[in-house]
Design a protein around this ligand. Sequence first.
Ligand code: COA
Length: 161
Amino acid sequence: MKLPFARRDYIVERLLRADAPAVALLHREDFVRPWSAAEFADLIDQTPVFGFAARQVGQKGRLAGFVLARLAAGEAEILSVAVSRANRREGLGRELMEAVMRELHAERASHLLLEVDETNLAAVGLYRKLGFGQVGRRPGYYAGRDGAPATGALVMRRDLR
Ligand SMILES: CC(C)(COP(=O)(O)OP(=O)(O)OC[C@H]1O[C@@H](n2cnc3c(N)ncnc32)[C@H](O)[C@@H]1OP(=O)(O)O)[C@@H](O)C(=O)NCCC(=O)NCCS
């Protein structure tokens, strides 16, 4: 795979341990239970874990989005993906996911799994557009925000061969 590759005013390249604080800040924008910078650093250090960062060119490489995935014992899964609110709907989520799928294809992984809140229309829309299909559902999987009722998780899968 050719890395890094330029896209308009962003560059998509490997996620590094040094990105952990910026990743944690971005993750905090949207998730009810944000992961800390230390948790992200630990994850990025793990051999089966890999990821990509979308950096804004000319903004000191400001992190506009990231994706983290794991490939272990032939099982590939998305751990987390997020794009900064200021940079949404510009195709970055799709590019980050495609970078993961290219890497998994090169590693000969057979499929990619993920879990997503069924009320998260942006993420479900992105995954469907990328060819993921629903293979399961876990009711009440995600705690609701500010006392809202818990929501279900969709388990989605994309064949890579
Ligand atoms: C989900 C997320 C990563 C999408 O990132 P993005 O860069 O805005 O997505 P893209 O611009 O690449 O969009 C690709 C496609 O996804 C779908 N999509 C993206 N945002 C959408 C929205 N708000 N509503 C409906 N569909 C949406 C569309 O099909 C879109 O294609 P289109 O723009 O040609 O219509 C982003 O909304 C995000 O970070 N959300 C908060 C974190 C999160 O929910 N992560 C996923 C947890 S499982």
